[in-house]
Design a protein around this ligand. Structure first.
Ligand SMILES: Cc1cc2nc3c(=O)[nH]c(=O)nc-3n(C[C@H](O)[C@H](O)[C@H](O)COP(=O)(O)O)c2cc1C
Length: 387
């Protein structure tokens, strides 16, 4: 059993144990991957302020996200094709999150369906919606999420057309993988993954196949996706979905101050400052760099969460100290899942918890709610002087 000390250890195992096509799908950004890289490297520019001779007993990193108690303010972000990283991946991740006491978000493009995940878990999870042209499909999927007890809707705003990720095109990404000779050769080196997949019936898009008109088999699915994401999504359509859903609403993919103001005025329960993990608009600034200006504009009007680039509990601490009310992680838990299934997701969460707690203590804080800019050393030019 390898000793896991950090998220990078899980990433290395993920690369070794999961077919190339799915590891690459997770580990890529759009075009040059500049934004994907900077999401991580910009966290490194922020430094921590060490404080000594402060009582560090009885520490707490617990909190709330949109009224839900959390053992730490770190939710699992929606990730498509999670059930291809490990058999029944969404169920494994949701179970790990539930046991740990953090929220899980199920993607529209998941392999396990909403109903499957609900049947295999007890804590309510959140459902992430990609808005499709087919309003009937959207309405039915919202009804299904409500019927399954989902406690919030995460509406993703930054993917109405797909950012190009070169590796997915070169690898011929599909779910399940096509049985070409290179794919078969690669899968032969991943025996545990293959066994898992042979043992499950969940190998295609569970929320879509059998639910969307004209999608009964996979060959029509990729074209259906390209055709179906609604390029006309605007605030009027968002309002229609909000009214139809009627529950808690999280707007994900906000990276601009004006958009954040609009989302707060709109009444979103939370916004997620995000660039989709660098997978959409390459050349956009990192989420952590955009965070301070968004905090200045809308703090207190809506909850502000951040994702994109979090690879440690130290990164979580930096986001919170800069004013975020919560965070989401994508790849950090996907590495764990691809490495070791449910136990790997738990390990990822444990790694982050320990790093967050230790770092908080060494910064001289006992309660996560007291973190603030006083805990950080931020370079004067961090936000940049852009014209
Ligand atoms: C492989 C992969 C698939 C993703 N699929 C979705 C998705 O289906 N819906 C969505 O809203 N975001 C999706 N995202 C974006 C994540 O929700 C999140 O914004 C991103 O992973 C955060 O960056 P991080 O991976 O650096 O933590 C995906 C991200 C990855 C890495």
């Amino acid at each position: 059993m390898p000793v896991i000390t950090c998220i990078d250890d899980l990433k290395r195992l993920h690369a070794r144990r999961t077919p190339r096509m799915f590891y690459d799908y997770a580990e890529s950004g759009s075009y040059t991957e500049q934004t994907f890289r900077e999401n991580v490297t910009d966290f490194e520019k922020i430094r921590l302020r060490q404080k000594v001779a402060v009582d560090m007993s009885n520490r707490s990193i617990a909190g709330e996200m949109i009224g839900t108690p959390v053992t730490m303010p770190v939710a699992l972000a929606p990730v498509g094709l999670t059930g291809m990283q490990s058999a029944d991946g969404e169920i494994k991740a949701a179970r790990a999150a539930e046991k740990f006491g953090v929220p899980f978000t199920l993607s529209t493009m998941s392999i396990c369906s909403i109903e499957d995940v609900a049947a295999q878990t007890t804590a309510p999870f959140w459902f992430q919606l990609y808005v499709m042209r087919d309003e009937d499909f959207v309405d039915r999927v919202l009804d299904r999420a409500r019927a399954a007890g989902c406690s919030a809707l995460v509406l993703t705003l930054d993917l109405q057309i797909l950012g190009q990720r070169h590796k997915d095109l070169k690898n011929g990404l599909s779910a399940p993988p096509k049985l070409t000779i290179p794919n078969i050769l690669n899968m032969m080196t991943k025996p545990e993954w293959c066994l898992g997949m042979l043992g499950t019936r969940r190998r295609s898009f569970g929320n879509i196949v059998g639910h969307a008109k004209g999608v009964g088999d996979l060959s029509s699915l990729s074209s259906w996706t390209a055709e179906q994401f609604d390029p006309q999504l605007d605030w009027t359509k968002i309002a229609r979905i909000r009214d139809r859903w009627g529950g808690k609403l999280i707007l994900k993919g906000v990276l601009d101050v004006e958009d954040a103001q609009r989302a707060a005025d709109f009444g979103a329960d939370a916004i997620v400052v995000s660039n989709h993990g660098g997978r959409q608009l390459d050349g956009a600034l990192s989420s952590i760099r955009m965070l301070p200006s968004i905090v200045r504009a809308v703090k207190g009007k809506t909850e502000i969460w951040l994702d994109s680039g979090i690879r440690s509990g130290q990164d979580v601490l930096k986001a919170l100290a800069l004013g975020a009310d919560g965070t989401m992680i994508g790849r950090s838990y996907i590495y764990g899942l691809g490495a070791m299934g449910e136990a790997g997701v738990t390990t990822a969460l444990e790694v982050i918890r320990k790093e967050l707690d230790t770092t908080m203590a060494l910064c001289g804080e006992r309660d996560i709610r007291n973190l603030g800019p006083h805990n950080l050393l931020v370079p004067k030019d961090f936000e940049g002087d852009w014209a």
